[in-house]
Design a protein around this ligand. Structure first.
Ligand SMILES: Nc1nc2c(ncn2[C@@H]2O[C@H](COP(=O)(O)OP(=O)(O)O)[C@@H](O)[C@H]2O)c(=O)[nH]1
Ligand SMILES: [Mg+2]
Length: 222
């Protein structure tokens, strides 16, 4: 038997154990969020799709109405936390080193000294990646997958799992659609092929287009 054939079952076993452990911890987090009455919204996308910019706008607007806060994951640097802190909301950076996603234990550790009572919405910006984050439940109420017009229309077909584990899809940088000849109809078709019935919101954090729809989806307003 080749070495890879011997190794494969053990790797799968360890991976299953890690995911099971994560699911248990995510369940505890969800319970903690529920008890504190905080709504948790996570954002996933490829690097540069516009998570931080949309979150900067979101925190600035929603903080007039709710107490909002954010956790932001990246392999390295505190850059995004510094950008988000300008909104005045409490923000904490989670640096993951070589890990390409956030997991429930990282969220738990980041919140250790936070009092969640009285918080309206907690946002979690995941590490930029359309693959790894899909397997890790973070205890969130709503997971938004973002993709920008500059990435092409076929991302939903290439990365179906992340679209299947998310609750809503957000097409970002809609202000650039014409310039990059982005086919808006095609992306809607592709998302519905992968995930029939999925809610899709088109936004531009730069111009403000569609921001109302996004804010309505993430906020407590029904
Ligand atoms: N034209 C345009 N650029 C945007 C928009 N949103 C983000 N960007 C730009 O895209 C780049 C990456 O954005 P960032 O928020 O850091 O993406 P992240 O890596 O997903 O957090 C930055 O240069 C932003 O200024 C948008 O709605 N329109
Ligand atoms: Mg970012």
């Amino acid at each position: 038997m080749s070495e890879s054939a011997i190794m494969r079952p053990r790797i799968v076993e360890v991976r299953e154990r890690v995911l099971k452990q994560n699911d248990l911890l995510a369940r505890e987090l969800r319970q903690r969020f529920r008890e504190a009455g905080v709504r948790v919204v996570s954002m996933v996308s490829s690097p540069g799709a516009g998570k931080t910019m949309l979150l900067e706008k979101t925190l600035a607007i929603l903080s007039r109405e709710y107490r909002v806060a954010a956790l932001v994951g990246d392999l390295a640097t505190e850059n995004d936390a510094l950008r988000l802190q300008r909104s005045g909301a409490p923000v904490k950076q989670i640096t993951t080193g070589t890990t390409c996603h956030l997991d429930a234990s990282m969220i738990s550790a980041a919140l250790i000294d936070w009092n969640l009572k009285g918080l309206g919405i907690l946002f979690i910006e995941n590490v930029g990646n359309l693959v790894c984050p899909s397997s890790y439940d973070l205890g969130e109420d709503l997971r938004a997958v973002l993709m920008s017009t500059t990435e092409g229309e076929d991302k939903p077909l290439k990365y179906p799992t992340i679209f299947n584990t998310a609750d809503i899809a957000v097409i970002t940088k809609i202000d650039l659609a014409a310039a990059v000849e982005f086919d808006v109809k095609a992306v809607h078709r592709n998302i519905q092929t992968v995930r029939p019935g999925m809610r899709v919101i088109e936004v531009s954090a730069k111009t403000g287009t569609g921001l109302e729809n996004w804010l309505q989806a993430v906020s407590l307003k029904k």
